[in-house]
Design a protein around this ligand. Structure first.
Ligand code: G3P
Ligand code: CA
Length: 249
């Protein structure tokens, strides 16, 4: 599988949970703003609700970013939709709702050339999130612009079996690398390391393995320029405007 269509020659800029420095993370206003600021794509996080809806939210609970309390997996989509996902960020965003991945594809899918869907999964067994993610991507005909990533190789392996046409990326950080031996046996198109893990040797090894390198969370213009010089394929940032200025200005 080739990702060449996603990387037309220069470092891509992806809004991390949208333009999340300026608008409530993982909401439509944050994704719209990322596009307005010139991002090539967005990164977002998905979970399944109690009734099997694929919703876009970072945490496993709604506590941090909404006016509600509770585990996403114990709430129905109707319950999740009553919550305000904007007011805690800033009162001017009051009334902003948690979006579904369907809604994100419908409203902003056409504005981006890359959408990085991160499957949040911390369990050995699946709740079905990989199947619903694949179904959603296919329903919107988005396989050509989506990369599915996860910190959980078990989720990536399940997703690969369900939707081999969609590229996958392995997420890890200096203090969190889960089951890397599974990835040794699972062909994958991209690696998503924390930016502190990247140097020339890393890039040489990644190229030898045939991996694209999408790194996070890059908000410092100086580091962004270094990463571009090293040849990373994408920077995932809370501040697309700063990255556009640093890398294209
Ligand atoms: O995908 C990169 C980054 O989003 C991974 O960490 O916690 O922000 O989802 P987190
Ligand atoms: Ca994420």
């Amino acid at each position: 599988m080739s990702l060449d269509q996603l990387y037309p020659g220069e470092t891509r800029i992806l809004g991390h949970r949208g333009a999340s420095a300026y608008a409530p993370m993982n909401t439509l206003p944050a994704f719209e703003l990322a596009a307005d600021q010139g991002a090539d794509g967005i990164e977002l996080d998905v979970h399944l609700s109690k009734d099997g809806a694929l919703i876009v939210l970072h945490d496993f609970t709604v506590d941090h970013t909404t006016n509600g309390i509770g585990l996403v997996r114990e709430m129905t989509l109707a319950e999740l939709k009553t919550l305000d996902a904007g007011i805690k960020f800033k009162p001017t965003f009051a009334g902003t709702r948690i979006p579904t991945l369907d809604e994100v594809f419908e409203h902003v899918g056409h504005r981006f050339s890359i959408i990085n869907v991160e499957i949040k999964s911390e369990t050995e067994n699946t709740d079905g999130v990989e199947q619903i993610t694949a179904d959603t991507i296919r329903r919107h005909n988005m396989a050509g612009k989506v990369i599915v990533s996860s910190f959980n190789p078990l989720a990536l392996r399940r997703f690969r079996q369900i939707a081999p046409e969609v590229p996958i990326g392995y997420l890890y950080a200096p203090d969190y690398t889960f089951l890397p031996e599974i990835m040794d046996a699972l062909p994958h198109e991209a690696r998503h390391p924390h930016y502190s893990q990247i140097d020339a040797a890393y890039m040489t090894a990644a190229r030898a393995a045939g991996w694209r390198v999408n790194t996070w969370t890059v908000n410092d213009p100086l580091r962004a320029r270094e990463l571009k010089a090293l040849g990373v394929d994408a920077v995932i940032t809370d501040k697309p405007d700063l990255m556009v200025e640093a890398l294209r200005g």
